[in-house]
Write a protein that binds this ligand. Structure first.
Ligand SMILES: Cc1cc2nc3c(=O)[nH]c(=O)nc-3n(C[C@H](O)[C@H](O)[C@H](O)COP(=O)(O)OP(=O)(O)OC[C@H]3O[C@@H](n4cnc5c(N)ncnc54)[C@H](O)[C@@H]3O)c2cc1C
Length: 428
C-alpha cells in the first residue's frame, strides 16, 4: 500500500512523552470519562484521548508517572483514566503469568499462514482487508489510517477487530499480527489479549459486536456501515487458558561482576535501572525483528523503536553511564553471538537487561540464556515494583484487578513504583 505517511509521533523521546502528558493533563479527568470513546479521525488533533501509548509501550514514561500526574491534577475524577492505564498493566501481568497464550498465538499465525497458501481465496481476502479494499465503510479507512499513521483510536481497534473476525471471517491471529507489524505502540500483551477479548476468547462466550449505529455515533457521523456488518457474532471457541502461573521474578545481578547493560524496547529509562552495577559497556538491542510473524515491522513503528532506544542511550550517558552501541540481528543465535563478543570486548562477566515482557522479548531472552551461560556469562534482569505489583493482581479478570487499584495508585503516588524490585519481593 503506497499511501503517504502521516506522522503523528514525530519524536520518540522522554521529553516528547512528558510534553504530551503535560498537554493532555487538563483533560484527564471528567472530560476523558465523558469523551474518550469518540473517534474523530487522524485529520483532527485528538484531544479526547492522550495518545501516550507509544511512550508508555517503550516506557519512555511509566504507567505510575502518568497515573500519579492524573490523580495529582484531578483526584478521584481521574478514575476512568487510571482504569484505562490499568488495563495496560493488567494485560501485561496477565500474559506474564500465562506466557503460553502468546506462544500459542505465534504458533497459530504460522499455521494460518500455511492455510493461506492452500486457500488463495482466503489469502486474497486477507490482502484486501490489510490494504483497506473491502468496501466496508469505516473498515477500509481504518486499515489505511493504520498504515499511514501507526495508530488507531481504541474504539476503531475494537470495530476493526470485530469486523475482521465476524464480518470478513478472517483468522483473528492474522489480524493481531497485522497490528503487531503496524502499530507504533504494538505490545504483545495489550494486542494479543485485546484481540482475544473481541473474539470472545478472554471473557469466554462474550464477543464484541461492531454495530453500524455505534460506529455512526462515535465517529461523529463519518461512517455508517448499515447493513454491511454481522452484528450478532458467535464467540470463537478454543481450550480455556491455563490458570495463572507465578508472578515474574527477576534474575538477580551479581554486584561483584562487571556488567554489559542491554537497553530494550521494554524500558526506556536506563538511567534508573542499572544502579549499583560496575558498568563496563552498553548495547541498545533492537527487538523489532521478533515482534510479528507474517512480515517485518512497518517503518513508522520501527523508526519509533529505534529513536526511543537512541533517546534512552543518550540519557544513560548524561547520567554518567557508558555509550550504547546499536545491536540487532534476525535470530536469537546471532544476537547471542554479538552479545558474547560485546561482553568480552568490554571485559564484562554479566549481562543485565530490563526484565523482558512476556511475548517476543521473553522468547528471545529464553533462547539467549543457555548460549550466554555456555560462554561463561551471567544473565540478570531488572524488574520494576510496578510490574511485580500489577502482575500479582492479574490472577483473574479485570474486575478483580480493578478492586486492587487503590493500593497501586498509592504506590504510584509514593514514587516507589518505578524502583527496582529485590528478588524476593515479587513473590509476595
Ligand atoms: C484489538 C486491539 C488491539 C490493541 N493493541 C494494542 C497494542 O498493541 N498496544 C497498546 O498499547 N494498546 C493496544 N490496545 C489498547 C488501546 O486501544 C490503546 O492502548 C489506546 O487506544 C492507545 O491510545 P491512547 O494512548 O490515546 O489511549 P488513552 O485512552 O489516552 O489511554 C491512556 C493509556 O492507557 C492505556 N490503555 C487505554 N486503553 C487500553 C486498553 N483497552 N488496553 C490496554 N491499554 C489501554 C494505554 O497505555 C494508553 O496510552 C488495543 C486495543 C484493541 C481493541
Amino acid at each position: 500500500m503506497d499511501l503517504p505517511l502521516l506522522p503523528l509521533f514525530p519524536e520518540a523521546s522522554r521529553a516528547a512523552g512528558l510534553q504530551r502528558l503535560d498537554g493532555f493533563l487538563p483533560r484527564a479527568g471528567a472530560a476523558y470519562a465523558r469523551d474518550r470513546n469518540h473517534d474523530r479521525g487522524a485529520a483532527v488533533v485528538r484531544g479526547n484521548v492522550s495518545m501516550l501509548s507509544p511512550f508508555l509501550r517503550h516506557r519512555l514514561i511509566s504507567e505510575a508517572e502518568v497515573i500519579a500526574a492524573a490523580v495529582g491534577r484531578h483526584g478521584a475524577a481521574a478514575g476512568k483514566f487510571v482504569e484505562e492505564v490499568g488495563w495496560r498493566s493488567y494485560w501485561k501481568g496477565w500474559l506474564a503469568r500465562r506466557p503460553g497464550v502468546w506462544a500459542a498465538w505465534r504458533q497459530g499465525v504460522a499455521q494460518d499462514l500455511a492455510g493461506l497458501v492452500r486457500n488463495p481465496a482466503l489469502a486474497a481476502a486477507v490482502e484486501a482487508a490489510e490494504a483497506g479494499r473491502t468496501g466496508i465503510d469505516g473498515f477500509d479507512h481504518w486499515a489505511q489510517e493504520l498504515a499511514r499513521t501507526g495508530y488507531l483510536h481504541n474504539h476503531a481497534r475494537m470495530w476493526f477487530a470485530s469486523i475482521w473476525i465476524f464480518t470478513l471471517n478472517l483468522p483473528w491471529r492474522l489480524g493481531a499480527d497485522l497490528f503487531m507489524r503496524r502499530l507504533i505502540d504494538a505490545d504483545p500483551a495489550s494486542n494479543t489479549l485485546s484481540w482475544r477479548q473481541v473474539a470472545g476468547l478472554h471473557s469466554r462466550g462474550k464477543a464484541y459486536a461492531a454495530r453500524a449505529a455505534n460506529i455512526h455515533g462515535f465517529t461523529d457521523g463519518r461512517f455508517n456501515p448499515a447493513g454491511q456488518l454481522n452484528e450478532t457474532p458467535e464467540p470463537l471457541d478454543e481450550a480455556p487458558p491455563p490458570p495463572a502461573g507465578p508472578v515474574p521474578r527477576p534474575y538477580p545481578a551479581d554486584p561483584r561482576l562487571p556488567a554489559l547493560l542491554v537497553l530494550t524496547e521494554d524500558d526506556g529509562r536506563p538511567e534508573t535501572l542499572f544502579d549499583g552495577l560496575e558498568m563496563r559497556g552498553a548495547v541498545a538491542l533492537d527487538l523489532t525483528p521478533f515482534r510479528a510473524v507474517a512480515g517485518p515491522v512497518a517503518e513508522p513503528a520501527a523508526a519509533f523503536a529505534r529513536d526511543a532506544l537512541a533517546d534512552a542511550a543518550a540519557r544513560l550517558v548524561a547520567a554518567g553511564g557508558p555509550a550504547a552501541l546499536p545491536v540487532g540481528a534476525p535470530t536469537a543465535e546471532a544476537l547471542a553471538a554479538t552479545l558474547i563478543d560485546d561482553a568480552r570486548a568490554a571485559g564484562a562477566r554479566q549481562i543485565v537487561l530490563p526484565h523482558p515482557a512476556a511475548g517476543h522479548a521473553a522468547m528471545v531472552v529464553d533462547r539467549l540464556i543457555p548460549r550466554l551461560q555456555a560462554a561463561g556469562l551471567h544473565l540478570a534482569t531488572r524488574l520494576r515494583r510496578w510490574d511485580a505489583a500489577t502482575a500479582a493482581g492479574a490472577s483473574h479478570g479485570y474486575f478483580r484487578f480493578r478492586k486492587g487499584l487503590p493500593p497501586l495508585v498509592e504506590l504510584a503516588l509514593s514514587g516507589g513504583a518505578d524502583e527496582i524490585c529485590m528478588t524476593d519481593e515479587s513473590r509476595r
